[in-house]
Design a protein. Structure first.
Length: 367
């Protein structure tokens, strides 16, 4: 915007500057044409005398003159007085003046104002012409010192603008120079405007690319935040799962707290009589119930872990043997031993061996 204002101000300033130069050149040429027209008017006066006055008579003696006015000036007065007598309207002089101007390639409107014996004679009936036209040099002809007897002639010329323009090479030169400078300024501004337009387009393209890059970065950041949120959500879910797992009941053989009493039977082998849990190396967890639990407890409580048939029937199976062990009793004991062996199969350090005619012995190995 500032550049546009600068260009406009420059154009306005140059316009005023060259306008002033043209105005000055116009008036210089106008004054020059007026000077030339004055010379042409003098030639027209001589032409009029040649046409109207055939010959001159008389011999002037300056010594007999009552005043100091020269004889030549007095002769000019007599000529003009005679010309007034021959052509009282002085239209011939006006016509000769206009014709002489045309021969000098000066196209203009002319008029003449004459004064003789207090009488004013105008060759033009248009009174406004004398106000608008330029007066040339006033010619005064004297015969004596009395101003009332003077004869005055003054030509008026109205030069159109094209006449002054046509004769003024300076105006042509100034106009050409002004047009060149104005064209240079406008051309320079157009070149600068196109260049700035290209720069603006490049800046807009860069801004668009930067905007796209920012949008892409925002999208990437948004995706990153979504992934981070998903990861945090997964971590939260994992944490919740861990919390839930912590709240889930853990197999009692793995828990050693104040409420559970564990008895170490061997290395890596623990037993909880209250719940019937048997844990081996924290990998094998066995829960004994009813006959198997009572039978296992009976084995670990006796010396050398030996039990008779009778004690198993009475203490474990709660069978009465008043009349001695029957075959059914022995089968029940064997069935109880078989079930306990099945439970203890996963623990290699425990073996149950039969004692012929006596009962069974549980052997706990120490690796």
């Amino acid at each position: 915007m500032r550049q546009k204002i600068g260009v406009i101000l420059s154009c306005v300033g140059l316009t005023f500057l060259f306008g002033w130069w043209l105005w000055s050149a116009f008036h210089i040429q106008l004054n020059k044409l007026c000077s030339e027209s004055s010379l042409v008017f003098a030639d027209a006066l001589q032409r009029e005398k040649t046409l109207q006055i055939e010959r001159e008579f008389g011999n002037y003696n300056p010594k007999s003159s009552p005043n100091e006015i020269s004889g030549a000036e007095k002769s000019e007065w007599w000529d003009q007085d005679f010309l007034f007598y021959r052509d009282s309207t002085r239209t011939l002089l006006d016509s000769l003046f206009r014709t002489a101007l045309l021969k000098s390639n000066i196209k203009a409107k002319t008029a003449i104002r004459c004064m003789r014996k207090g009488r004013v004679i105008n060759t033009s009936s248009d009174s406004t012409f004398y106000k608008e036209a330029l007066p040339l040099r006033l010619l005064i002809y004297r015969i004596d010192e009395n101003p009332d007897r003077n004869i005055t002639l003054q030509a008026y010329i109205k030069l159109p603008f094209e006449t002054v323009w046509r004769h003024s090479y300076l105006m042509w030169m100034i106009s050409g120079l002004g047009l060149l400078l104005l064209g240079a300024i406008i051309g320079g501004y157009c070149f600068w405007h196109r260049k700035m337009h290209k720069i603006t387009e490049q800046e807009l393209l860069l801004q668009q690319q930067e905007q796209e890059r920012l949008v892409l970065n925002q999208q990437q950041e948004q995706r990153r935040l979504e992934l981070q949120w998903q990861q945090e959500k997964l971590q939260q879910q994992e944490q919740e799962l861990l919390e839930k797992e912590k709240r889930l009941p853990i197999p009692e053989p793995l828990i050693q707290d104040k409420t559970i009493k564990w008895v170490e039977l061997s290395k890596d082998l623990f037993f909880n009589e209250e719940h019937g849990d048997l844990c081996y190396r924290n990998d094998v967890n066995i829960c004994l119930r009813e006959n198997s639990l009572r039978l296992f407890c009976s084995f670990i409580k006796v010396e050398q872990h030996k039990l008779t048939y009778e004690s198993i029937c009475i203490d474990v199976l709660f069978r009465s043997i008043k009349n001695g062990l029957s075959k059914t009793d022995r089968d029940a004991v064997a069935n109880a031993i078989r079930h306990l062996r099945i439970h203890l199969k996963q623990i290699p350090v425990i073996e149950i061996e039969p004692l012929r005619g006596i009962g069974y012995q549980m052997i706990i190995l120490n690796p």
